[in-house]
Design a binder for this molecule. Structure first.
Ligand code: MLT
Length: 220
């Protein structure tokens, strides 16, 4: 799909010279903005480049990455358009900021996790990995894309008021069928993130990308 408007208001934090050769793509939840996940990005992978766009859709003034028709009911046409736009933004921003060759790992929360899954399922070559905090199933792909071992961390919660454990299992199945290497962390509380979520994401990043850097995809 040709996207004519791929501009996102965003925040970019340049990498430190001795930092890991990774860009974290930070995707906020409903009502958030490009500043929200910057502290989390610094915490998860100190010295990495941080690219943090603001969702372009407004719901009663609250930024989101795509429209929804009701809670948990997504506007799939808009999801498609916004997924394409975000993919193009990532490729363009990687060039603009000289990030070509760095692995891109999405870190998304809630609505941001949902568009990150949509990017994984529609552009399986773009991301080297993804941390999806409190994700839902964005859509069911007609044919499984080829994720070829891309590591994905699902940060689910046992008492999430918005996402049921069944939906987490369904997403894990969709991603696993597509060839992703899925790990699930279960937070004991609800939709909000806890310190255990952050510790799990740090461990996961360290296992797959720092101690034994994955040979997966770099930005193209
Ligand atoms: C949200 O409130 O952001 C929902 O849980 C997820 C979504 O609508 O994408």
């Amino acid at each position: 799909m040709i996207v004519t408007d791929s501009d996102f208001i965003h925040r970019f934090v340049a990498p430190e010279p001795a930092g890991p050769p990774i860009t974290l793509l930070l995707l906020h939840g409903t009502g958030g903005d490009e500043e929200d996940l910057i502290p989390l990005g610094h915490q998860l992978l100190p010295g990495a480049a941080l690219l943090s766009p603001r969702g372009r859709v407004l719901e009663h003034g609250m930024p989101r990455f795509f429209r929804r028709l009701a809670a948990g009911v997504f506007d799939l046409d808009d999801l498609k358009v916004q997924t394409e736009a975000l993919g193009k933004f990532v490729v363009d921003a990687s060039k603009k900021y000289g990030l070509d060759g760095r692995q891109i790992i999405a870190v998304g929360y809630s609505n941001g996790a949902n568009i990150a899954s949509s990017v994984l399922l529609t552009h399986p070559d773009l991301l080297a990995g993804a941390v999806l905090f409190r994700p839902m199933v964005p859509f069911e792909p007609h044919a499984a894309p080829a994720l070829g071992g891309v590591p994905v961390l699902l940060g689910a919660a046992r008492h999430d008021q918005i996402v049921s454990p069944d939906e987490t299992s369904q997403l894990a199945k969709i991603l696993t069928t597509a060839g992703a290497n899925v790990t699930t962390h279960w937070h004991p509380g609800g939709h909000e993130l806890g310190p255990d979520d952050i510790a799990a994401a740090k461990d996961w990043l360290s296992t797959y990308f720092v101690q034994s850097p994955s040979r997966h995809r770099s930005a193209r």
